[in-house]
Structure formats: C-alpha cells, structure tokens
Design a protein around this ligand. Structure first.
Ligand code: ATP
Ligand code: MG
Length: 570
C-alpha cells in the first residue's frame, strides 16, 4: 500500500512512496471505509508513576505522528487510576517531556480520574444488566479459583447475587462501609474462557488511598482493563494504540464497550521498544535513582527522556531513531548503537563546531612574537554554511591534547613529534622542536616553530601535512569540566533472567569519567544550558545545568564515531 495521508507537512517527497507500517495501513483502510467518520484521534495515556523513557517516546511519537499525518487529533491523558504510586511530580515531568518532544495536545489534557463518576455510573449499568456482581472473595481466593489454561475457573459463590443486592453493596463499597480488599466488583463473563482475562475480571477494588487529584473522595478504584476502554470511549479516541502485552486484553476491552453499548474505539497493539545496555522498567529506573546508582531521573546515562535531553539528545534525534526502528508487531531488542547513531546524525547537521582540549599540555611557538595576539576565522559548521564563522584568538602559548605529542613516535604517528610538521586547525603549520620535562620526566611543554606563510592552515607552496590537530589559546581559554558518559551497563541485556545476580551488578563502572580541567575556546562563554556542540576531533557535547559562570560543565552526548562496534570487531 502506498502512503496517501490527508495532510503531510513533515514527510519529504522522497518518502511519499515509502511503504506504510501496519498501523498506517489500518488507518488508511478505516478512512476508506468511513469507519469513525474518517476521523483519526489518538492519545498517549501515561500512568503518572515515574518519568518517561525512550520507549514512551516511541509511543508518543507514534500516536502524535498518526494524528498529524492523517489530519487528526492527539490527547495527553493521565491514566491516574492507581493512587498508591502516583504523584504530581510525575505529572509535571511527563507534561514537560511530551511538550519537548513536540507532541502538541493543544487543549486536550485529560485525567482519567476526572471520569471516575462516569465510570461508576457505567458500572451500575452493567450491574443492572446482570453483567457485574459484588464478590466477597479475597484477592488470593480470586487468584486460586481462576483455574489453569486447561482447567476452567471455579465460579465465585457470590456470582449469582441479585441485581438489587449488587447495587446496594456496590454503593456501600463506594461509601466506605467495607474494609480495604474485602470486596470487589467483578464482570460476569465466562469462568471457562480460554482467555484468563475473561474469567470474571475484577472491575473495582476497595482502597482507601489519597489520590493526587481526588483527595479522599473515593474508596474504590477502577482496574486498568475496565477503566482504559472507557477513557478512550469518553474522549472519542478512534485508534487506541498500546503495546503487545495488551493483545490478550483486547477481547475484554471490546466486551465492556459492547455490553455498555457506548462508542467503541479500535485497540491496536504494537511491539514495545527494548534497548540493549539499558533497563526500561519504571520500577528499575526508580530503584537506580533511589539507590544512588545514578544522579537522579535526568542522569545523562538514564534512558529517560529528561536524561537523554540532558545528555544532549534533540527531539529530532529521537524522531530519527523512531523512524529508523519502525513500528512492528513482534517484540525485538534494538541495539543501543542505533540510538547513538541517531543523535550523531542530527548533531552532525546542527551542532556548532568548537575547539576544546580535554587533557591539556602547553604548546609554545618559539618564533611567534611574545606580545602578539591575533584572531583567526573558524567555520561554525561545515554542514551548514549559514552558520557562518567565528573568531578564535591565537597567541604564542596554546593548549593541545597531551596525546597529540609523542617524543618517540611510531612511523604512522602523524601528529607532533620532534621534526614533524602539522596543521593547527584554522591557524598555521607548526614544526615540532622538542619538549620540556619536569623532574619526573613528564612532558610539561611542547615547543615548535610556526610558518607565518600558512595563516588559515594552508601553505602557499602547496606543501601538505599529514596531521591536523585542535588547540585553544592559553591566555583566553575557559576552564571546563567535561563529563564523559558511556553506557550505563556493561552487558547488552542487564535484566535477562538468565544472568547471575541482579541487573545492578552489571552497572558499567566506567560509565562516567569526569575531566576536571579541560580548556575550551572563549566563544563557549555564550553557551546556554542544553546547547550542543561538536568539539572537533573529540565528540558531541551539551552544556549541563550544573554550569556556572566560573566553570562550564559539558556532558558528552556521543563520541564522534561508534567506538563500541570497533571493540566488538577486534
Ligand atoms: P507500567 O504500566 O508498568 O507503570 P508502562 O511503561 O506501561 O509501565 P505507562 O505509563 O502505562 O507505563 O505507559 C504509557 C504508554 O506508553 C502506554 O501506552 C504504553 O503502552 C507505552 N509504552 C510503555 N513502555 C513502552 C515501550 N517500551 N515501548 C513502547 N511503548 C511503551
Ligand atoms: Mg502501562
């Protein structure tokens, strides 16, 4: 099938003929048949019990993407039906993350808890139809009487209560007359169904918990399966996209809506995102935060949206990532390299180039006048001419990377070694004369002569050099702390149940290395938090929120190239 969306602002013409993924195909077919009156209305329904991660980003971009592509609407809805673990801190962080990703909900921000009254009324309708009953079994007893895949469940002794008795008991459950957990409201479906979800599932349980929006108003709370379809129905959602685990729940989703005779959206399941070298369960992410394994939810090593953002990822890089991995019906695990490449791809296009020296050693140009200062023009981004040039100060004493000098260099070393000529990026050719060592034999200064005829890094006589190195001018350099992040885990599958021990045993001890005394060029004084740069020859970096006017702090977003694949090939 070919792509024929009604509105199509983001897709380029080269994409106009790409094949549709299965959800697009469903939507196109529904538009054609006139189902849902040709409308598309999707939602992202997070439970506010944690921060969002890259898997949620996939869901957000998919749901928002479908609405945008087909000229429809997108809702942000908090599925806040489980008061125990929910919190307004999470509500606020989720709103911020969804907004940052560029998914616009306009005036359609909803809370499932605002529908509790309607849900209660609909539950009464089911009781009146004889399709729901109050059950006095405990949670354990319900589990024990559910049967097995081959043995039908045992009907509850309370299954045949009269409608009147059920109505009375359900009202009293709501009024708080019974202790927590002592009764439930259950749908009366089929205790012999091959699908466990249809063996009289629980719709309401008694919990006295303070809800972050409803306070103590409710003593009963709806279960996910009961609530979710109603939320979709109330909001007029057309395509209710969820992850594959809910495939077995779809018959129940459909049963509730059909029995009630209310508007009925289509549930569609897709494969959740799993990523190597990461854990994605909210419980584990929370544990990493609580146990201090990481520095909060937005630690740049976390797969959370705020962590990736702090690390230097852009919304565009996450869109590139999601486009690359596609939408599928079968679970798989995506290699972390795919995510890292997506940010390289975007930052290569947009990040300003700057010079930064992480492990500085002085380079003194002996034949350069002591008091001379000049500025040289440096290109901001070779991928984008419109970004123009900047001025970089230059003088007799510079900083270069310690490993760009070697006293006894092997043959293929094309950087500074006595006698060798190299290009200082944007500046001059210099020829190494030697070095100065301290009493322990450590090199403390490298000395060279420059060729004044090579200003701008080109020689008039066409003479070539093999190496180009970056540098910063010593007198005007700014101090910076640079945080070199790497993958948080050192095995691809940290939460594989086959592993010995706990996933936390696989934390990569080298996932953060702090460089305290880097030197960076003065143009970086203007950087704002989250601005992203390519430090030439070093990698991609973003200015961290811990930066102060005394000390800039940069997070490494990614190395310039994928160093892990090289390791794997060796
Ligand atoms: P839990 O329900 O255990 O708290 P959850 O990750 O499912 O965790 P929700 O807040 O319910 O969290 O998720 C919101 C939406 O994000 C759901 O529609 C869910 O299907 C989707 N989602 C969650 N994790 C992923 C993932 N790894 N890949 C794709 N979509 C995901
Ligand atoms: Mg969920």
């Amino acid at each position: 099938m070919e792509l024929k969306p009604t509105t199509n602002e983001t897709n380029e013409s080269s994409e106009a003929t790409r094949s549709l993924h299965f959800i697009e195909q469903i939507i196109v077919a529904d538009e054609k048949s006139g189902r849902f009156g040709g409308q598309v209305h999707t939602r992202f329904p997070p439970e506010p019990n944690g921060y969002l991660h890259i898997g949620h980003a996939k869901s957000i971009l998919l749901n928002y993407g479908m609405a945008k592509e087909f000229g429809g609407k997108f809702n942000l809805r908090f599925d806040d039906t489980n008061p125990a673990k929910e919190d307004v801190e999470y509500v606020e962080s989720i709103k911020e993350d969804v907004k940052w990703l560029g998914a616009e909900w306009e005036d359609r921000l909803f809370f499932a808890s605002d529908y509790f009254e309607q849900m209660y009324e609909l539950a009464i309708r089911l009781i009146e139809k004889g399709k729901a009953y109050v059950c006095d079994l405990t949670a354990d007893q319900i589990r024990e009487t559910r049967g097995t895949p081959t043995v039908p469940g045992t009907p509850s002794p309370w299954r045949d209560r009269s409608v009147e008795e059920n109505l009375d008991l359900f009202r009293r459950m709501r009024d708080g007359e019974f202790p927590d957990g002592s009764k439930t409201l259950r749908a009366k479906i089929d205790m012999a169904s091959p699908n466990f979800n249809l063996r009289d599932p629980v719709m309401y349980r008694i919990v006295r918990a303070e809800h972050h929006r409803q306070g103590n108003k409710w003593n009963i709370y709806p279960m996910y399966d009961w609530a979710h379809g109603l939320e979709d129905s109330i909001e007029g959602i057309t395509h209710s996209i969820c992850t594959l685990e809910f495939e077995n729940h779809r018959p129940l989703y459909d049963w509730f809506l059909d029995e009630l005779g209310v508007y009925h959206p289509q549930q569609i399941e897709f494969a959740r995102l799993n990523l190597t070298y990461a854990v994605m369960s909210k419980r584990k992410l929370l544990e990493l935060v609580k146990t201090g394994c990481v520095d909060g939810w937005d630690d740049p090593r976390m797969p959370t949206i705020c962590g990736l953002r702090r690390r230097g990822y852009t919304p565009e890089s996450l869109r590139i990532f999601c486009k690359t991995i596609g939408v599928a019906k079968f679970n798989s695990t995506v290699d972390a390299t795919v995510l890292e490449n997506s940010v390289r791809e975007d930052l290569n296009k947009i990040a300003a180039r700057r010079m930064a020296v992480l492990d500085p050693i002085k380079l003194v140009i002996d034949n350069y006048p002591d008091d001379k200062r000049e500025t040289l023009a440096a290109i901001n981004n070779p991928e984008n001419e419109a970004d123009g040039e900047r001025e970089v100060p230059f003088s007799k004493t510079l900083y270069i990377e310690r490993d760009d000098f070697m006293e006894d260099a092997p043959k293929k070393y094309f950087r500074l070694t006595p006698g060798a000529e190299v290009r200082l990026r944007y500046a001059y050719y210099v020829t190494c004369k030697g070095c100065v060592k301290d009493e322990n034999g450590n090199v403390v200064e490298v000395h060279c002569d420059y060729d004044p005829e090579t200003r701008g890094g080109q020689s008039a006589d066409g003479r070539k050099v093999r190496g180009t190195i970056h540098w910063v001018d010593a007198s005007s350099a700014l101090d910076a702390e640079v945080r070199l992040y790497d993958r948080l885990f050192n095995v691809p599958n940290p939460d594989d149940p086959q592993n010995a021990g706990d996933y936390k045993d696989y934390i990569n001890p080298d996932s953060l290395k702090i460089v305290e005394s880097a030197k960076v060029e003065p143009a970086l004084a203007d950087a704002k938090i989250e601005d992203r740069f390519q430090f030439e020859r070093v990698g991609y970096f973003a200015l961290d929120k811990n930066s102060t006017s005394e000390k800039l702090v940069f997070n490494r977003t990614a190395s310039l190239r994928d160093s892990w694949s090289k390791v794997a090939k060796k």
